[in-house]
Write a protein that binds this ligand. Structure first.
Ligand SMILES: [Zn+2]
Length: 391
């Protein structure tokens, strides 16, 4: 998933909004204002809308608390957190790497649902109505505006906490299951594979239940109806692909673990001088090789990278007079890797920034170029050989 729009920074962690979040925010707000209009006809239009918007904002704040619980625990375990992104299905904490032990994964995971459940109970207490849990919508008519908002948030947080405990990897419940399997087998890849199977099984059950609901069949807990059914199919489909993807990611990280960048990089790639023109670059380098980008070196020091896409920024007529120095991406704007770095981490950098290659720097010395295609070749070699990871 893309990183989305950055809206805040809390405890050193970027909080981002994916565009799909706007859609779900609008849907929830619209839906709430319709419910309020039906149940509380005496409320003014302004009151209904401000309560609907306020409830949606507090709902997403609750999701954020859930994710912050995961992220801050991860930080406490010495794992860096890249960001928290809110999107269509709630929130996701993008943590830098897999936890080191089953215990650590268990801890990082369990705090999410637990904080949702605590929030849920808190909101219900604020609403002053523990009895609301049995029928949140039915009792709304008897509540004031604040109690209405709190009771809705209370039940939603409880549902959030409980839904996340479904053992479908990569949901929290699936991660808890994986940490258990991991502790039992001592094998993270195998544990992930099993947890991913359970996750896909559950995803297909959700899809089947959703389809049944679309055709008017009553499903316990989920109810019935076209929209609810469609939503459930959607969640099931998302869970199924997320579960497959997380497994692939673990397998890839497994294959790249302990493989240093220096082993996969291109050792002495063709480099160019900053003083040649784009014309000379195109004729002398780009057209005569299959390379699409070239490190720019001045006195043996890396000062930038020039790629085909940089050249395209200039009109053909400007090529003879434009120097590589003007057109290149300068060193300050480049991400680099160390030759001793794990290839798994380098791949994450490539994917996160959507890059084709990374210059490899040992201290201040340029030593090579790590291209995405080199990593892909390595992965193909590993999997074609029938490595045990795929057994
Ligand atoms: Zn969670």
């Amino acid at each position: 998933m893309r990183d989305g729009l950055r809206i805040a920074r809390l405890f050193g962690i970027d909080i981002r909004l994916d565009w799909s979040w706007l859609l779900i925010f609008a849907l929830i707000t619209l839906n709430l204002s319709a419910v309020f209009a039906q149940q509380q006809p005496e409320w003014s239009l302004a009151l209904r809308w401000s309560l609907a918007i306020g409830t949606s904002v507090l709902f997403f704040a609750s999701v954020l608390v859930h994710e912050l619980a995961h992220s801050l625990t991860a930080v406490g375990q010495g794992i860096k957190v890249r960001n928290i992104t809110l999107f269509l299905f709630g929130g996701v904490s993008n943590i830098q790497r897999q936890p080191e032990s089953p215990g650590s994964e268990f801890l990082i995971t369990i705090v999410g649902p637990v904080s949702s459940i605590i929030l849920g109970v808190m909101f219900l207490v604020l609403a002053g109505l523990p009895g609301i849990m049995t029928d949140p919508m039915g009792t709304i008519e008897t509540l004031g505006p604040a109690a209405t908002v709190f009771s809705l948030l209370g039940s939603v947080n409880l549902v959030l906490g409980v839904f996340n405990l479904i053992p479908g990897f990569p949901l929290d419940g699936g991660r808890l299951l994986r940490s258990g399997l991991w502790a039992a087998t001592g094998d993270l890849t195998r544990a992930t594979r099993w947890a991913s199977w359970v996750g896909q099984g559950i995803a297909w059950l959700l899809i089947a239940a959703g389809v049944a609901m679309i055709f008017g069949i009553q499903i316990p807990f989920f109810g019935t109806g076209f929209i609810n059914g469609l939503w459930l199919v959607f969640i099931g489909w998302f869970l199924s692909s997320a579960s497959r993807r997380s497994y692939q990611q673990v397998v890839i990280e497994d294959m790249l673990e302990d493989v240093p960048v220096s082993r996969l990089m291109r050792g002495s790639p063709p480099t160019v001088s900053p003083d040649i023109t784009l014309d000379e670059l195109v004729d002398g380098y780009i057209m005569s090789s299959s390379d699409r980008s070239f490190p720019v070196l001045e006195n043996g020091v890396l000062i930038g990278l020039i790629a085909l896409s940089d050249v395209r920024e200039y009109a053909r007529s400007e090529w003879p007079t434009t120097r590589v120095r003007q057109a290149m991406t300068p060193r300050e704007a480049l991400d680099t890797v160390d030759p001793n770095e794990d290839a798994a981490e380098a791949l994450q950098k490539l994917v996160r920034r959507d890059l084709r290659q990374l210059p490899v720097q040992e201290g201040e010395q340029f030593v090579g170029l790590l291209r995405r295609q080199d990593i892909v070749k390595w992965l193909q070699l590993q999997s074609d050989g029938g490595q045990p990871q795929f057994a």
